[in-house]
Design a protein around this ligand. Structure first.
Ligand SMILES: [Zn+2]
Length: 488
């Protein structure tokens, strides 16, 4: 199985300069390929018969010129060739519909070079430390010292990337494990269906992602440490300060550039804390002995964090729309890194041979874990959950985690449930929001299949929508609305 790792490089001043120059050369070739393609395709469109296309190739040597681009000869030509190759591969991917068209790259603080086998080697130096030698025999930057925090096998190629003034070496290697041995989600589901309810109760963990408690997994709650919270608050205050400062500085000035670097570093600091939290929480969960099946809500973070819609009254005047509150909530949601946590948990669980599923998120925060009744009034506040029908009181996030677990166990043991491509378990005859509807349908069918419970009719539905619902719920055929007392 391929494993990817990223190692931080401790560069010397000379190495920093040379690597940055090489990254610039690689970008120059990439941009030249983009421009060349654009020129040729415009020319072909204007002056050639329809059906003539610009040539797509990996040639780059015609961009090397002693007068116009003398700096290119200082860079190992293999790096330039790799850049042209990368452009070609990206274009092929674009043609297959896997990505967008290769675009020109801007001159920014970040960049990368792609090194193939003949441009690097890992070597144990005389002092016993393993280092990375970069460059050809004649044109090289010597040994790069790396933070080797993990064992690995030597890769066939690697990237050196520059981000926020830091240099990183990233590559993939084969870790020797057989990918075919890992169970797929469908295999896991098949296995779990054969297990007892008790087994499922003990080994399924419902995970609720929230704002107040970022991750509630069963009885466990994961949160940022006080130090992390403090540091994030400070960074956020700094962000505002730098942003204000930058807006007043002259564009293109050195001071503005300095502020810009500070701003980007601050963003990076916050992102690092978030990433650290997600890694640690997912690792702790996956390493637990008892947890075999992880169940998450099927959340659509992108849709949940949209902007507040603008409001207007009849005369066209703008009304308050709560945009500030909404953007605050959005920030709080995005700050936890729900999606990132999900991705980390998935890959870690897969490697550990454990299963993960998602369940529809429909009304998980309003359903009672004890009796199953659903009501918007059940959720008293951000933290408190109190059921209006049975009086069950709990922390809202803990209750939601229990509901998710209950739903998952119900769906796993129900042989009619289906697994979607995205890993969402749902009943096969329904789409989005299926849980609520099917549950209602089930409860309505329960009392001797005589008809719907009386409270079902109390919500003043129109007849047409009643009929639609009737079709969807597949009620017994002898049931008719004419016979219902409400129609008279
Ligand atoms: Zn209840």
């Amino acid at each position: 199985m391929l494993t990817g790792i990223r190692l931080k490089a401790n560069v010397t001043d000379h190495q920093r300069l040379v690597l940055s120059q090489w990254m610039g050369c690689a970008r120059f070739i990439w941009n030249a390929k983009c421009d060349e393609y654009r020129y040729h395709s415009t020319y072909a469109r204007k002056y050639f018969p329809i059906g003539t296309f610009a040539p797509i190739d990996k040639k780059y040597s015609h961009f090397k010129n002693d007068e116009l681009s003398p700096w290119l000869s200082d860079c190992p030509s293999k790096i330039l060739a790799n850049s042209a190759c990368n452009w070609f591969d990206t274009y092929q991917n674009f043609k297959q519909g896997r990505c967008g068209k290769p675009k020109r790259k801007k001159k920014t603080g970040s960049g990368s070079i792609y090194l193939t086998r003949d441009l690097f080697r890992f070597e144990v130096c005389p002092d016993g430390v393993k280092r990375l030698f970069i460059g050809a025999e004649r044109n090289n930057i010597g040994f790069l010292s790396l933070k080797l925090h993990k064992g690995f096998k030597e890769p066939a190629s690697l990237y050196i990337k520059k981000r926020h003034d830091e240099f990183w070496v990233s590559f993939c290697y084969d870790d020797g494990k057989d990918e075919g041995e890992l169970l797929s989600q469908a295999d896991h589901l098949k296995y779990l269906r054969g297990q007892s309810q008790e087994f499922l109760q003990n080994h399924v963990i419902g995970i609720d992602r929230g704002v107040k408690r970022p991750i509630q997994a069963g009885e466990q709650c994961f949160d940022f440490t006080p130090e992390q919270k403090k540091s994030m608050d400070r960074s956020r205050r700094n962000l505002v300060r730098y942003q204000k400062r930058m807006s007043r500085q002259v564009k293109g000035s050195k001071r503005r550039h300095k502020t810009k670097v500070k701003l980007s570093n601050t963003h990076n600091d916050i992102a690092n804390i978030r990433k650290d939290f997600c890694h640690k929480a997912s690792r702790t969960l996956v390493d637990q002995k008892d947890s075999r099946v992880f169940v998450l809500e099927d959340l659509r973070t992108r849709q949940m964090t949209g902007r507040a819609k603008a409001k207007k009254d009849d005369s066209g005047r703008w009304l308050k729309n709560g945009a500030k509150a909404k953007s605050g909530l959005n920030k709080a949601i995005l700050n936890v890194g729900w999606h990132r946590f999900e991705e980390f948990l998935k890959y870690k669980a897969n490697r550990a041979g454990k299963a993960w599923f998602k369940v529809p998120a429909f009304q998980t925060s309003q359903e009672c874990a004890a009796c199953g009744s659903t009501h918007p009034g059940n959720r008293k506040s951000q933290a408190l959950f109190k059921c209006e029908s049975c009086g069950h009181t709990d922390n809202a996030d803990h209750n939601a985690a229990e509901v998710i677990k209950k739903r998952a166990i119900g769906l796993i043991s129900n042989s009619g449930s289906e697994l979607s491509k995205r890993g969402v378990l749902s009943l096969s005859d329904s789409g989005r929001g299926a849980m609520g509807k099917s549950r209602r349908a089930k409860s309505s069918r329960a009392p001797g299949e005589k008809g719907l419970p009386s409270e079902y009719f109390s919500d003043g539905l129109q007849e047409a929508s009643k009929k639609k619902k009737k079709d969807r719920m597949a009620l017994p055929l002898d049931f008719s609305f004419e016979a219902s007392p409400l129609q008279g």
